[in-house]
Design a protein around this ligand. Structure first.
Ligand code: PAF
Length: 284
């Protein structure tokens, strides 16, 4: 597995692969790889002949007071894991290569990029949309793999490629969980043992609420109960929302596949998670 750090080296490598008739999958990451990322790489391999993993801790998606400075960085470890997982190329640009002096463009989105994560993290999706648009245009891959763990981000990226006519197919990868249900995340490394023991309750409450909704329980009281359970257990509840699984518009009925999405604060760590709420509509 080679490492390239410039757009021209990335494009040269991909052009050579294309000349050989090889398809290409991109896995965008910010490093600090865990089993969830390795699952993305495996899915990429099932979708294309060649896999590029990008590693870029994107400063533009971190707000003031967020964890940009302490975000775990260990490129050598990440490169070893990627290589072992079978990735063909690591694309690890420097911040100055991604955002050279004079860089003045931001990709702003409304619709699915509003509310939930955006309420607590203003500027987050502008940062994500800008860097993901750049990565997709730089690589020109056939497909790119994004995890369902960041469900709002996944829907935002789908909107982005549709709106900007980017010819890269977006592939969704199911969330990888610890045995106690906690979603794998690079930020789990911040949890102390006491916090780690409390963390799985997020997934448990979401699952209970999704099962109750699917069984026809009244939505308002079901969501209120779940919000109370999360608020009591964690240090703060940022949001818990029942949304349409494709558009992220507010859901009130079981007529389409839905999603329960939540974010909580646990000490200095923000945890997010989501689960499916199946539609009650029977297949024709
Ligand atoms: O999900 C992430 O790791 C990041 O938001 C992404 C998609 C790599 C963009 O920086």
């Amino acid at each position: 597995m080679r490492t390239v750090r410039t757009v021209s080296d990335l494009r040269q490598t991909l052009q050579a692969w294309r000349a050989d008739g090889d398809s290409v999958a991109l896995v965008p990451t910010m490093g600090a790889l865990h089993d969830g990322h390795l699952a993305l790489i495996r899915i990429a391999q099932s979708q294309a002949r060649r896999t590029v993993v990008s590693l870029f801790v994107n400063p533009r998606q971190f707000g003031a007071g967020e964890d940009l400075a302490r975000y775990p960085r260990d490129e050598a470890r990440d490169a070893t894991l990627m290589r072992e997982a079978g990735a063909n190329l690591l694309y690890a640009p420097e911040p100055e290569a991604m955002y050279p002096a004079g860089f003045a463009t931001t990709v702003a989105m409304e619709g699915p990029a509003q509310g939930m994560e955006a309420d607590t993290r203003p500027g987050f999706f502008a940062g994500v949309c800008t860097v993901v648009a750049k990565l997709l245009l730089q690589a020109g891959a056939d497909c790119a793999v994004f995890g369902e763990k960041d469900y709002q981000q996944l829907i935002v990226v789908r909107r982005l490629v549709a709106d900007l006519d980017i010819e890269t197919r977006i592939v969704a990868a199911p969330t990888v969980r610890e045995t106690d249900g906690l979603a794998r995340s690079s930020r789990n490394a911040y949890l102390d043992p006491g916090e780690r023991a409390r963390a799985p309750r997020l997934h448990a409450v979401l699952q209970e609420a999704a099962a109750a909704l699917a069984a026809g329980a009244p939505p308002a009281s079901t969501l209120d109960d779940a919000r109370r359970a999360l608020g009591d257990h964690f240090d703060a509840l940022h949001y818990l929302e029942w949304r349409d699984g494709e558009t992220l518009e507010r859901a009130t009925l079981l007529d389409r596949p839905g999603r329960l999405l939540a974010a909580v604060q646990l000490g200095t760590t923000r945890l997010i998670d989501n689960v499916a709420v199946p539609s009650a509509r029977k297949a024709a």
